[in-house]
Write a protein that binds this ligand. Structure first.
Ligand code: PGA
Length: 242
């Protein structure tokens, strides 16, 4: 069976690079979830057709349609080939000031428009140092209580991504990840979401992934920087299949 590997390509790659990377993964029969830039969705969808890879967008509008310059609706993203979408990534919470209220609207809209969301949560370094990590993550997970019980079962996954670990080269230790994942799973259980997979993200690399994947409460990995080359992503995916 193996564990889930999700690749967040962020604002990287050009059309050709995204297409070639996706095609190489598809040729190997891999099952990862790919999150390319929205302008590459159609091309990547074409490259992975018939295979087991799944495609997602990195963001979605909280609105259905209309005068929202620059935004992309869930329906547009689904029409471009996406079946998944990230929500609540710290680069959007912090860089774009996204509030829990906005994230809740995006989750609902994604589900209404045919996309399964992957909700990202995680504390900052200061919050961890003050001993508030679990409380912050618990608060961020509370948006899920705004979904109906049926909608909750359609959430693809939750990713625990401590902000201090994202893109810093300083991953959470297996112990830190496992402890927080246990908290996340207990909160999800109280929401009727005990089947929802919980992924770890933040400086996952080929050389630290095995340790994280060995944690019983880690159901998979959300990988940023190390998902941008075939060698590195394939090595992480191989470790997840073991
Ligand atoms: P990173 O990013 O692997 O480059 O730390 C992870 C993420 O932001 O999803």
């Amino acid at each position: 069976m193996g564990k889930i590997v999700a690749a967040n390509w962020k604002m990287n790659l050009k059309r050709q690079g995204a297409r070639e990377l996706a095609a190489a993964l598809a040729r190997d029969g891999r099952q990862a979830w790919l999150f390319p830039a929205a302008v590459h969705l159609v091309e990547v969808a074409e490259a992975i057709k018939g295979g087991k890879l799944q495609l997602g967008a990195q963001d979605v509008s909280p609105d259905r349609d209309g005068a929202f310059t620059g935004d992309l609706s869930a329906e547009m993203l689904a029409d471009a080939g996406a079946s998944l979408v990230l929500a609540g990534h710290s680069e959007r919470r912090q860089g774009h000031g996204e509030s829990s209220g906005l994230i809740a609207r995006k989750l609902k809209r994604a589900l209404q428009g045919g996309l399964s969301p992957l909700l990202c949560v995680g504390e900052t370094r200061a919050e961890r140092e003050m001993g508030h990590a679990a409380a912050i993550v618990g608060q961020q997970l509370s948006v899920l209580s705004e979904l109906s019980p049926t909608q909750r079962t359609q959430v693809a996954a939750v990713a625990y991504e401590p902000v201090w670990a994202i893109g810093t080269g300083l991953n959470a230790t297996a112990k830190q990840a496992d402890e927080m994942h246990r908290e996340v799973k207990s909160k999800l259980k109280s929401l009727g979401m005990e089947k929802t997979p919980v992924l770890y993200g933040g400086s996952v690399k080929a050389d630290n992934c095995a340790e994280l994947l060995a944690c019983p409460n880690v159901d998979g990995l959300l990988v940023g920087g190390a998902s941008l080359t075939y060698e590195s992503l394939a090595a992480i995916d191989d470790a997840a299949r073991k």
